[in-house]
Write a new protein. Sequence first.
Length: 138
Amino acid sequence: MKSYRKELWFEVPARRAFINITPQIEECLKESRVREGLLLCNAMHITASVFINDDESGLHHDYDVWLEKLAPHAPVKQYRHNTYEDNADAHMKRQIMGREVVVAVTEGKLDFGTWEQIFYGEFDGCRKKRVLVKIIGE
């Protein structure tokens, strides 16, 4: 069995963003030379997310609005966590959107459903964060 590991680094200049990382993940899969197996992709930071959905700008806008309603950034005093940082809302947004995805690898390709893509969700940007890609298989 083969094993592949790579870290992808992101530094988003905005507080929040959704970035389609499918092309980077497909490049990792190509580098791994795994034809049949599993791919794990996870955010290595507690205020960022990795998730699968459609790459459609209206949906991304709706996510942003919905998440802000569920865990509004302001007023920052509403959160006990915000003692020296102002990112309690980012922790909650990450919890909602999820930490990782697992995708089957079949015949050297990500075995996606229709419209599925992998996204990095940033909820407390302006600093470097990493995403782990781990691929195992034959």
